[in-house]
Design a protein around this ligand. Structure first.
Ligand SMILES: Nc1ncnc2c1ncn2[C@@H]1O[C@H](COP(=O)(O)OP(=O)(O)OP(=O)(O)O)[C@@H](O)[C@H]1O
Length: 695
């Protein structure tokens, strides 16, 4: 018989918390209806001018965001409570809630400084806490509480010392969508999330060590704690749309809807749906392509030569030196070929008017001098005095002065001048620049001299070939060279699975983050075949030198100890320097099933059936070689589990995973052992590998 007392304690603590939490929900509902009413009244206000209409829209949009923020926080609104040794208590939740009457907030936002001890206090450093309490809610009701006593005192009637909430969170069933870990963020994660460091933060760690958790909570923290960065916006970049979908609910559930979540492919708005061969993609990812595009651009910026333009009946000539001066000044004045073209044109027109003025002056002086020589009269004085007598006007100045402003304006509008400028400095489209490089073997040879003769043809394409994935960063590079820096930049950029980025993709990302405030998380042991860097230094040094702060996460919250052990040899092969990760969890030993090639699908179905019968409701994933997806889908595997091509498995997780034909995963893409390592580390509970025995 369990002792009666703890049960009574638990019920009373639970009821106490239930009352408090329901009053918080009532307050939240009030805030939401206030915001809705406010928005409705703003929208009803008549606007007498365009400006007023704009202001009204702006206010309504701000209120819509506020409503979204409040609604987003509804699920699991409150999850913690800290009791200080001075007897005061604070409730910790997804957002803060205050009333004017109360001195202390009724609910403290998890990112507020006051909430820090909830994450960081330990029995060794209790941070003036007596107790940390976790609340678990279902819908809007507290269903359990669990306390940790931190000051060494013995539990009293009001404490409920139970199973760790982290263990509970980790063993919960997966849903196919990532959830916020805000209630159980661990101290080593919290330290990174809450760091005051504004530069580049790098987080590395093995599979399941919470890198994505840290990245997303960091994004939410930045929005809360760094108002300038928040104002400029936060961008989160992930490896593919499947992953973006997987993480898409985390930030809204933390009350943050204002983050742009995207992939490199979608960042530019160029639409592509073709993936090129790996060798080509890897070459296109190298930074040499940026130099090549810049080099090729210079060919289109008055590389040499003089400039002659017809003005009326005159031909005006500028020397090669004058043209070069205008070119250098234009390039220095403004970023982007097309904007600089305008400056170049202005400078040429200035030079033309100067030349005309000079020539005209010379000509008139020559006429004056000839006339004086012949007549002995000072013609300037003579004509000036005569004119004054006629008009009664003041001295109009030297007779040879031109109306320079009118001349300049006329030249800027002149089609002939524009055509002459166009031959020296043509207007360009970004795609034209990329095509000019990739469709021309001579341009490739000239601008990519370091590539071997075998490599260069891999880059050649036909003028009408569709753009591929690997062309997107080239088009983006070309856009920045041609039109100047991107219009939309961000105050903070978060990159997940950052090991996947090529040098050209890094350039794309960094270009959008002028402040270089970034949180980058990844694991180079999981790098795919196109990744160009082998470590953070190589990836980041072109952009920030050695100025980045590196954190290591060493505890896996996903993968069981047994699974980690089963991939240890593989890890040593693909990344011998990587420190082994330890897991908080243990579970079943991974299993291997061997089957005949013709029986592969049957074996997969049998395994999935067995798993779903033994563990109903659990989320199952089948990871296979990309080339195998079609067959498994056609055979109805998707009725039992999610089918994930190995190339898109990074970052995802399932309760149970079936890895289909590891040999095939290894051989389908270059560096396939890394794909296999990723595939084998996706399960939270159960891993089964189905191998094929030839013949
Ligand atoms: N503090 C935490 N509380 C609860 N769950 C956590 C915590 N930290 C991590 N997890 C869970 O552990 C799992 C793995 O976390 P996450 O996906 O962030 O790891 P990762 O390092 O990004 O993995 P990968 O290298 O495979 O991309 C997720 O289900 C996540 O929710």
């Amino acid at each position: 018989m369990p002792p009666a007392l703890p049960k009574v304690q638990a019920v009373s603590a639970l009821e106490l918390e239930r009352d408090y939490v329901s009053s918080l929900y009532a307050l939240l509902a009030e805030r939401i209806s206030e915001a809705r009413a406010h928005r409705a009244s703003v929208l009803k206000t008549p606007a007498d001018s365009a400006r007023e209409a704009y202001e009204r829209e702006f206010a309504a949009e701000r209120l819509a965001k506020e409503i979204g923020r409040l609604e987003g926080a509804e699920q699991g609104l409150v999850f913690g409570r800290i009791d200080r040794t001075d007897g005061t208590a604070l409730r910790i939740g997804r957002i803060g809630l205050h009333t004017e009457e109360a001195d202390l907030p009724l609910l403290v936002d998890w990112r507020a400084d006051a909430a820090r001890p909830f994450y960081e206090a330990t029995p060794v450093h209790p941070m003036d806490l007596r107790r940390r309490r976790h609340l678990r809610l279902e819908d809007r009701t507290v269903v359990s509480v669990s306390d940790e006593l931190l000051d060494g005192t013995a539990p009293t009637d009001e404490d409920v010392v139970g199973d760790g909430p982290l263990t509970e969170a980790l063993s919960a069933r997966r849903t196919g969508r990532m959830h916020a870990a805000v209630a159980t963020l661990q101290a080593e994660q919290d330290e990174i999330v809450r760091s005051a460091h504004r530069g580049v933060t790098v987080v590395q760690g093995g599979p399941g060590t919470g890198k994505t958790v840290v990245a997303l909570h960091r994004a939410a923290y930045v929005l809360y704690a760094f108002p300038r960065a928040a104002e400029q916006g936060v961008l989160v970049v992930g490896p593919n749309s499947r992953f973006i979908d997987y993480i898409s609910q985390v930030l809204p559930s933390l009350g943050e809807n204002d983050v742009v979540l995207t992939t490199c492919r979608e960042l530019t708005g160029v639409s592509v749906d073709t993936v090129g061969p790996f060798d080509t993609a890897r070459l296109k990812g190298s930074s040499g392509l940026a130099d090549a595009l810049a080099g090729l651009l210079r060919v289109h910026q008055a590389p040499a030569g003089d400039f002659t333009v017809r003005v009326g009946r005159e031909l005006v000539h500028l020397s090669g030196e004058e043209v070069a001066m205008a070119r250098d000044a234009a390039v220095a004045a403004v970023a982007g070929h097309n904007p600089a073209r305008q400056v170049f044109k202005d400078l040429l027109v200035d030079a033309v008017t100067d030349t005309m003025q000079r020539d005209m002056g010379d000509l008139l002086e020559q006429i004056d001098a000839d006339a004086e020589r012949m007549t002995g009269l000072d013609l300037d004085r003579f004509t000036g005095a005569a004119q004054r007598r006629v008009e009664g006007a003041a001295d109009p100045g030297p007779a040879h002065e031109l109306d320079l402003d009118a001349l300049r304006a006329g030249l800027l509008d002149d089609a002939g001048v524009d055509a002459a400028v166009e031959t020296l400095w043509p207007r360009l489209l970004p795609g034209d620049l990329v095509k000019a490089l990739l469709t021309n073997a001579d341009a490739l040879a000239e601008h990519l001299p370091r590539l071997t003769a075998q490599e260069r043809p891999l880059l050649l394409r036909g003028p009408d070939d569709p753009w591929t994935d690997a062309d997107v960063p080239l088009l983006d590079e070309a856009a920045s060279l041609v039109d100047g820096p991107p219009e939309r930049t961000y105050g903070h950029v978060v990159v997940d699975e950052a090991q996947e980025l090529t040098a050209m993709q890094w350039r794309m990302i960094v270009r959008r983050c002028p402040s270089r405030a970034m949180t980058l998380v990844g694991d180079f042991a999981q790098a795919g075949p196109v990744a160009t860097a082998r470590d953070w230094k190589e990836a980041l040094s072109p952009h920030v030198g050695a100025r980045f702060k590196l954190h290591n996460l060493t505890v896996s919250y996903r993968t069981t100890q047994e699974i980690l052990e089963s991939v240890r040899d593989l890890l040593t092969r693909i990344d011998p320097d990587q420190k082994p990760t330890r897991s908080l969890r243990s579970g079943e030993s991974p299993r291997t099933v061997t089957t005949h090639p013709d029986e592969l699908v049957t074996a997969v179905v049998r395994e999935l059936r067995a798993q779903s019968t033994a563990h109903p409701g659990e989320l199952l994933g089948v990871v296979c070689a990309d080339t195998r997806v079609g067959e498994l889908t056609a055979q109805g595997i998707a009725d039992h589990a999610r089918i994930v091509p190995a190339s898109e498995a990074r970052g995802l997780e399932f309760d149970g995973v079936v890895v289909v034909n590891p040999e095939e995963i290894i051989t389908t893409r270059p560096g396939g052992e890394r794909d296999l390592y990723v595939a084998l580390t996706r399960a939270t509970k159960r891993l089964c590998t189905i191998t094929v025995q030839p013949g």
